[in-house]
Write a protein that binds this ligand. Structure first.
Ligand code: AMP
Ligand code: MG
Length: 514
């Protein structure tokens, strides 16, 4: 691997704490603090994403040093490690300094096309930002993040990527259900990459301390590296920056709705400035469609981060970013305009996306009501979101509605409910007749928009159980399936969640403990 190409531009560009001290503390004014990885004695590399490694310019594994790097056990001299400081709003409240509590940066690499990629480990040890936690990660949550971030990528959704996953060889103590029954679990470390790991919270951190000069430097850095289309000499460049972040965020959320993804912890520290899906914790795909569904047991009383709330929350988070950037933009009307645009852009793109899911090549005025009707039916009948669209693809006027849909419904359904579905399907056929493309082209549109494979939580749960027993069969199968989500490679994955997993913690709901 080209580990010698890894550099740390943050060191020259921003104020940092170079003490190397891992003791947990406040680091006011600092964008980062240097910190060493703890190193592992008996790590074991489980997965290496060779293709991604090539793409970002790191290349293939050639020697033990490369494996040691991925395992976070020892590093070449040029890899000088650090963690960054950020703040954030958690569950709607200002939480002050947070920071990379268990993420440590190796730095960044630029590939032959000139694209920069930041590389970090998650679970390589404590940092100044570990906030009374240990900076370690368990196999359970690392497998979930590795597979899900790759799954999102192959679905075509902006996300951080996973480069490798290793067993750390350590045991890590976790209270998974927060019920006082802590137990040891297998420890793990993963490497992940992104063009930039900057979060809304990085800007909130500096702004809250009135570190306006550094704030400006950080935005300039992001514009320079991530938004080359913004004219650096323009007096409105910071307002344009905010507009871009807002647009990218809206587009990401539309994509989450397309595949039924629920992030679960949309705090401002978990919002990427590039509109990437980041920080995979208690996330889930929808099985049965429900706007109120949240996989996060910590979020259960208020359901702030429920599936149907995600656009509203993204906009709320953008408000916080707008406040943080205000000292640079100083134009309330402009910022409010951008926040209003968010709604408009989101709903326009959302409806265009829904149209494609149903195979409509155009968007008619009547469609907004049609989509609402569809939501109501799916929710009322507890229909599986992904399989609903799969069944629609093969539905014709002569198909028996009950036969076709019964197998993708979770609870028992009354005759009246099936009649309602039948009526809806009739309306659907009539609406399809208003298409200006052929039936075949319409089906093609549906096939490109509706995934056949989603990485359901129960599959992850089974995969993790197998790995804990030292088996990799399901892991290998899932890695193939997630690379081809619009195909049906393994028919056994194209079924609804088995009833055995209904309501089970760890598969249908999860805590933040990781
Ligand atoms: P999250 O809920 O994963 O977004 O994490 C919120 C904050 O807690 C972030 O600052 C994390 O870095 C920190 N954190 C979460 N888990 C750990 C851990 N095991 N060790 C250290 N810090 C952690
Ligand atoms: Mg986080």
């Amino acid at each position: 691997m080209n580990l010698d190409l890894i550099t740390q531009p943050y060191f020259e560009n921003f104020p940092g704490d170079f003490s190397g001290n891992a003791m947990q503390r406040q680091t006011p004014k600092m964008v980062f603090s240097t910190v060493d990885i703890m190193g592992f004695d008996t790590p074991e590399l489980l997965i290496f994403n060779e293709k991604l490694s090539q793409e970002i310019g790191l290349g293939s594994i050639e020697n033990q040093q490369d494996v040691d790097f991925l395992n976070a056990s020892s590093l070449p001299e040029n890899v000088k490690t650090y963690s960054t400081a950020y703040a954030g709003h958690q569950f709607g409240n200002w939480a002050g300094q947070l920071g990379d509590g268990r993420a440590i940066f190796a730095g960044e690499i630029t590939n032959k096309k000139g694209q920069r990629t930041e590389i970090q480990w998650k679970g390589a040890g404590a940092t100044p930002y570990s906030r009374h936690a240990d900076g370690r990660a368990v196999l359970r949550s690392s497998v979930r993040e590795y597979l899900m971030s790759e799954s999102m990528h192959h679905l075509g959704i902006p996300t951080t990527r996973a480069l490798s996953l290793s067993l750390s060889g350590e045991k890590v103590l976790r209270d998974m259900l927060y019920d006082g029954n802590a137990a040891y679990e297998k420890g793990a470390v993963m490497t992940r990459t992104a063009p930039s790991f900057l979060r809304f919270g990085h800007f909130e951190f500096l702004s809250a301390q009135k570190e306006i000069e550094t704030l400006q430097k950080l935005v300039d850095f992001s514009i320079e590296n991530d938004f080359p289309e913004i004219d650096k000499s323009s007096s409105t460049k910071y307002a344009e920056f905010f507009q871009k972040v807002s647009d990218l965020t809206a587009d990401m959320i539309v994509e989450w709705y397309r595949v039924g993804f629920v992030h679960g912890v949309m705090n401002t520290d978990n919002m990427s400035i590039l509109g990437l899906t980041i920080d995979y914790g208690p996330f889930s795909f929808l099985d049965e469609y429900h706007l109120n569904f949240t996989p996060n047991t910590t979020d259960l009383p208020g359901r702030r981060y429920a599936f149907g709330n995600q656009a509203k929350i993204a906009q709320w988070n953008l408000w916080q970013l707008a406040n943080a950037l205000f000292p640079l933009i100083k134009d309330e009307t402009k910022l409010e305009g951008t926040l209003n645009d968010f709604n408009e852009r989101f709903w326009k793109k959302h409806d265009e996306m829904m149209a494609k899911k149903f195979g409509f090549d155009n968007l008619l005025e009547e469609d907004a009501q049609f989509f609402t009707d569809a939501q109501e039916i799916m929710q009322d009948l507890t229909i599986d979101y992904t399989l609903f669209f799969k069944q629609l693809e093969s539905f014709t006027e002569n198909t028996d509605c009950k036969l076709q849909f019964e197998e993708v419904i979770y609870t028992s359904t009354s005759t009246a409910q099936f009649e309602k579905l039948q009526l809806f399907l009739q309306k659907y056929q009539e609406r399809l007749d208003k298409n200006t493309i052929s039936k075949i082209a319409s089906l093609e549109l549906m096939r490109k928009t509706n995934p056949k494979f989603i990485l359901r939580n129960y599959l992850l749960f089974e995969c993790i159980n197998e790995l804990n027993d030292g088996k990799k069969d399901l892991l290998n199968k899932l890695l193939i399936a997630l690379e081809n989500p619009y195909e049906e490679i393994f028919p056994e994955f194209s079924v609804k969640r088995p009833s055995l997993y209904d309501g089970q913690t760890g598969s249908s709901t999860l805590s933040c403990s990781s």
